[in-house]
Design a protein around this ligand. Structure first.
Ligand code: DX5
Ligand code: ZN
Length: 228
């Protein structure tokens, strides 16, 4: 079977109501989310703080699809097992977060979870050339990580280069930061298949009125699919 590169939309719950994660997760999934993206920040690797393993564990029973946990923390290795046990399906670590990314990716796979590697905007595509056998996903940051709602940085040349490097390997290309119906076509045409979106999914809706989430997800998906 060939690897399925259909467009997947992964709403980031960084833009959800922080007092109501269970219902927010169920709302985005009911409205068509393919994955749930969880942004873990440590106030050190990035200038913001979010979710420890107990929070991620509390999200788990609400996620019926696939929990995509993006670790923006350094060091990362000491926390991999805890986030795996909390119920992540896939754990992404930043290549910039430590000196031994092979060890990090091996440690993630050793937990039985899928392993992703994320690249900050300043990090070149070729930095993953020797990691591809250890990786299930490459996350291309299209903002400097730390906050939702930032302006999209154009990384289409990097995405195209990654697509070439990956070839037929079963590796997703995920885009994170500033994805909306205007930017989704650029990244999809360049070869991305998993689109993270926070503010562009949650804007205009709420758990009491979740239909805008669905409209937002559909608008991003349709714009991306039209460009592939
Ligand atoms: C950025 C996070 C993103 C962020 C995306 O540091 O990794 O996942 O929540 O938010 P938007 O889609 O609002 O740029
Ligand atoms: Zn993220």
């Amino acid at each position: 079977m060939t690897f399925d590169r259909k467009i997947r939309i992964a709403p980031s719950i960084l833009s959800a109501d922080f007092a109501d994660f269970g219902r927010e997760i169920r709302a985005i999934e009911d409205q068509g989310a393919d994955w749930v993206h969880v942004d873990v920040m440590d106030g050190h690797f990035v200038p913001n703080l979010t979710f420890g393993p107990p929070a991620v564990k509390a999200f788990r029973p609400h996620v019926k699809t696939f929990m995509d946990v993006h670790l923006m923390i350094a060091p990362v290795d000491p926390y991999i097992e805890a986030y795996a046990e909390a119920g992540a399906d896939l754990i992404t670590a930043h290549i910039e977060a430590g000196p031994h990314i092979h060890r990090t990716l091996q440690a993630i796979r050793a937990t039985g979870r899928k392993a992703g590697v994320a690249l900050n905007p300043g990090t070149p595509a070729d930095s993953v050339a020797h990691l591809l056998d250890l990786t299930d996903l490459v996350c291309v940051m299209t903002v400097n990580p730390g906050f939702g709602g930032q302006k999209f940085l154009d990384m289409t040349a990097k995405i195209r280069r990654l697509r070439e490097l990956i070839g037929d390997r079963p590796i997703h290309i995920e885009i994170d930061g500033g994805v909306d119906p205007a930017t989704a076509p650029l990244v999809a045409a360049a070869g991305a298949d998993v689109l993270v979106a926070g503010s562009a999914v949650f804007r205009g809706g709420s758990v009491a009125d979740p239909a805008p989430y669905g409209n937002n997800i559909r608008a991003i998906r349709e714009a991306a699919e039209a460009a592939v």
